[in-house]
Design a protein around this ligand. Sequence first.
Ligand code: GAP
Length: 455
Amino acid sequence: MPAPSLDVLASLAKRRGFVFGGSEIYGGIQGFWDYGPLGVELRNNIKSAWWRSMVRLRDDIDGLDAAIIMNPRVWEASGHVAGFSDPMVDCRNCKHRFRESDLKGPPSEIACPDCGQRGTLTEARQFNLMFKTHVGPVEEDASLAYLRPETAQGIFVNFANVATSMRRKLPFGIAQIGKSFRNEITPGNFIFRLREFEAMEMEYFVPPADEDRWFAYWVEERLRWWTDEIGINRERLRLRPHDADELSHYSRQTTDIEYEFPMGWSELEGVADRTNFDLTAHGAASGKNLTVFDETDGEHVVPYVIEPAMGVDRAALTVLVDGYDEEEVAGEKRVVLRIRPSLAPVKVAVLPLLRNRPELVDIARRLTTDLKQEVAAMYDDTASIGKLYRRQDEIGTPFCVTVDVESLTDGAATIRERDSMTQERVSIPAISERIAELVAGRSAWAGKAAASSAE
Ligand code: GAP
């Protein structure tokens, strides 16, 4: 099916506890969202998948968790104080503010897209995207600090610490997941563009001569991750090299991995070749030696850096858009989130067929407790079985276990798989292990169409 609209997704996300508007009871605050019980699980699963492939399974990448607030000199040296800005245009009439790149012509020639008045738009002015704050009790310039707009600088300032403590030689990488803040002029498109978001960035330090080779490697490797490990549809992904005039101030070449979102093709992840820009700048500004020995050249060099960088929130949006499906089952609409079991917030839901039979409820509750030792499991008996299945389908739960009257005599229960709606009858003591192996992908599903369907 075509991608669902963002309104459809936002409504599902709210109804089912994935994403709520930030400070909603006070009318909200633009660009900030809160993640509900299922959203926090989805985000954690995405972060674990990234950390696993970036850090845990690799010999050449270490993790880091640097502070959000850094010495303000970091942002002067990195070029963010001078250059991390968007050109913005104001309307003198309605006071609306626009990104110049969102306008359909020069400000002096077009009408305000909001109030429709002509001749009211100002010339473009640079607007720095960094949030400011103050450290300590006195609000004066000396205590000015910034909320980080990228996590990468925490990696650069710790480059020598990690290289020394982990006895690293080139090439090697440092990965970090953490909150980032940007005072975006036009936040929007649900959780696509936020003012507070979580970044997952990895800086890969290479000998200067190997820059192009590693850039090509990381573009391919990141695309592979999205398809093979996250399960995103390849047809909805594409690579887009940046034109020279859109490169960030630190980049020599950047390729975006774009996804076909409901509002069109947009950046999902960027792979940037940051050259030795940052380490050179920090070396000069701090007076510290940020070189390492390059065995290929036999001399000390400032390494070059290849950076795959993505946002957790945009990844979550992609997983929701890509997994969303609607179909007709027994004359009714079924909404199903076809996402990988590894990403699903709930892996298995245990449902007693009859909630007024204490013996069934008892078995189902005990089974849930067992399953919780293995995977994220929940118990639900708040509706009829058909409604319970629909609810789990909509949140992407890959397996449901139904305890029925026969369970009392045969000691077995039915596992039902989300996508095919087929079933396996499994003895109750073996269910936890069966679910664990199915969720981990260690074993194939062997379901059969149900004899009598509760669908
Ligand atoms: N350190 C490199 C860097 O910050 P970027 O292209 O500005 O590069 C990297 O951001 C990724 O972070 C983007 O591809 C996107 O996934 C995510 N991202 C950036 N700005 C965002 C925002 N305002 N809201 C949500 N995600 C954002």
